[in-house]
Design a protein around this ligand. Structure first.
Ligand code: NAD
Length: 491
């Protein structure tokens, strides 16, 4: 991709708020800058909403709700399908835009466009499969009818690390179910979401159904909406502390919520594992998105008999990785999102080393332009190291060992989080035992990536509430209503 491509893609992105089908500046006229993390350059300036803009967006969503819910499911499905086709057509430009604002290598951005688009296709297929049921009550005195209806206007708050997929995972099922939405993307990476909203409008989503507010004052804009009785649902993806603040706000009105929160994934390698597959899986589970994924393997727990071999093999591969700007050919590891992320990686690695871990490769921030941290392998991580309890969110592969399955499971579960776990073993029964004993919402058995639009993505414990994707995804945006009737044969 050339500099001309970059300029063209950036020039095409809408930079206003999208309210009731119109792109407009913030009421205050305020804006904020979006940066390329690999250079620090300002690449766009977008509208900076305040509380009044947020409320206008909610007004639009509320006004559009009844008409959108009345649109036949097949029509909603067709609109989503058109949006999927447009996303696929524009995949290269969207991927470039994502790399520019977020930093990851272009090939990975293309992967996210493909993955994120699949939620739109999946939801277009689910839109026409919402059904209820009819039955006789056990006493035979009546009939029970169960029906589903859209929950109503939703607030969707998304993080910066997967700017397309985290938005499509919420917007598409909400629209399929017949809900209208206000989307609040992360201020670090709003551009991909703005481009997506433009595509949805082009695909025929009516005015007011999808509204987007970009802002640097997330709390000021979102809290009044959460406390507004017209809002019926909050779906949030982000960190556990912010999720828990939002849950507290939502509790006042008993607002329906879905929460996709932080992770601390264990990656277990047993002594019977196919080590080649385990190494490939490890690299995917750790370095995808430059380690900035809720599903990123955070703690590598390796059986002591194979640990040296595993560490030697991953070190060879990690040491050969190329760091650089995500738009350049041959780059494996892009920048982290900002200085704070680099400071955090540095702090966590230094702490682990001070407690006895050994750096096999990497282990330092990269001075100069952009916010880079070296691809790193740490061996012999000791109990008490902060990175065992904290999401690293960077390219740091940290290994410690276990002696048997019982110890592996105990260590894996020794966290407040429970989003995803990975396990490599050739023993099928062990794989099944792990599915029953690991405290996790998802398990990758002999694979390093679990994300798929057809599967229910989500966590247990402090990793969240609810699921996105799969048959479950659309249910988050539907109410269950039950109707009782008399026995129609009774005299
Ligand atoms: P974050 O919690 O800082 O921000 C997430 C979103 O919430 C952003 O849009 C932000 O502007 C907004 N926000 C922040 N404070 C708010 C407030 N008081 N009121 C309303 N909105 C507020 O998280 P992040 O740094 O953007 O994302 C990284 C985190 O997200 C990690 O913890 C990661 O594990 C998690 N994550 C989870 C999943 C999942 O599916 N479980 C997926 C991706 C990321």
């Amino acid at each position: 991709m050339s500099a001309a491509d970059e300029a063209r893609v950036l020039a095409a992105v809408p930079t206003g708020l999208h309210v009731d089908g119109e792109w407009a500046p913030a009421a205050s006229g305020r804006t904020f800058d979006v940066h390329d993390p690999s250079t620090g350059d300002v690449i766009a300036t977008v509208a900076d909403a305040d509380a009044s803009d947020g409320l206008r967006a909610l007004d639009a969503a509320v006004a559009a709700q009844a008409a959108w819910a009345a649109v036949p499911p097949r029509t909603r499905s067709d609109i989503l399908r058109r949006a999927f086709d447009l996303l696929r057509e524009r995949a290269d430009d969207l991927a470039l835009l994502m790399t520019l604002e977020m930093g990851k290598p272009l090939a990975e951005s293309r992967g996210e466009v493909a993955y994120g688009s699949e939620f739109v296709r999946w939801a277009s297929e689910e839109a026409v499969r919402v059904s209820g049921r009819y039955g006789t009550n056990p006493e035979g005195t009546g009939r029970t009818v169960v029906l589903k209806r859209p929950v109503g206007p939703c607030l969707l708050i998304t993080p910066w690390n997967f700017p397309l997929a985290m938005a499509t995972r919420k917007i598409a099922p909400a629209l399929a179910a017949g809900c209208t939405v206000v989307v609040k993307p992360a201020d670090l990476t709003p551009l991909t979401t703005l481009a997506l909203v433009g595509i949805l409008a082009e695909a025929g989503v009516p005015h007011g159904v999808v509204n987007v507010v970009t802002t640097t004052s997330a709390g000021d804009v979102c809290e009044p909406l959460i406390r507004d009785p017209r809002l019926r649902k909050l779906s949030f993806t982000g960190s556990t502390p912010v999720g828990s603040t939002l849950l507290a706000q939502a509790s006042e009105r008993v607002l329906r919520t879905s929460m996709e929160l932080g992770g601390n994934a264990p990656f277990l390698v047993f002594d019977d594992a196919d080590l080649d597959a385990a190494v490939e899986g490890a690299l995917l589970a750790k370095f995808r998105n430059v380690g900035q994924a809720c599903t990123a393997a955070n703690r590598f727990l390796v059986h002591e008999d194979v640990a040296d071999d595993f560490v030697r093999r991953v070190t060879e591969r990690v040491a050969a990785m190329t760091l650089g700007r995500g738009t350049d050919d041959g780059v494996d590891v892009g920048p982290l999102i900002d200085d704070r992320a680099v400071d955090k990686a540095e702090r966590l690695v230094d702490d682990a080393v001070a407690r006895g871990a050994v750096v096999r490769t990497g282990g330092a921030r990269v001075d100069g332009t952009g916010t880079f941290y070296e691809a790193t392998v740490l061996d012999g991580v000791r109990p008490g190291s902060e990175l065992l309890t904290t999401e690293i969110f960077g390219p740091v592969l940290a290994v410690s060992t276990f002696a048997d399955e019982e110890e592996a499971v105990r260590k894996a579960n020794d966290t407040e989080f429970g989003l995803v776990a990975y396990a490599f073993t050739r023993d099928l029964a062990r794989g099944q035992r792990l599915a029953e004993t690991l405290e996790t919402g998802m398990l990758g058995l002999n694979v390093g990536v679990v994300s798929n639009a057809s599967a229910p993505f989500g966590g247990v414990k402090a990793s969240g509430l609810g699921r996105e994707g799969g048959l479950e995804g659309i249910q988050e945006y539907l109410e269950t209503v039950y109707l009782m009737t008399p026995d129609p044969f009774a005299a």
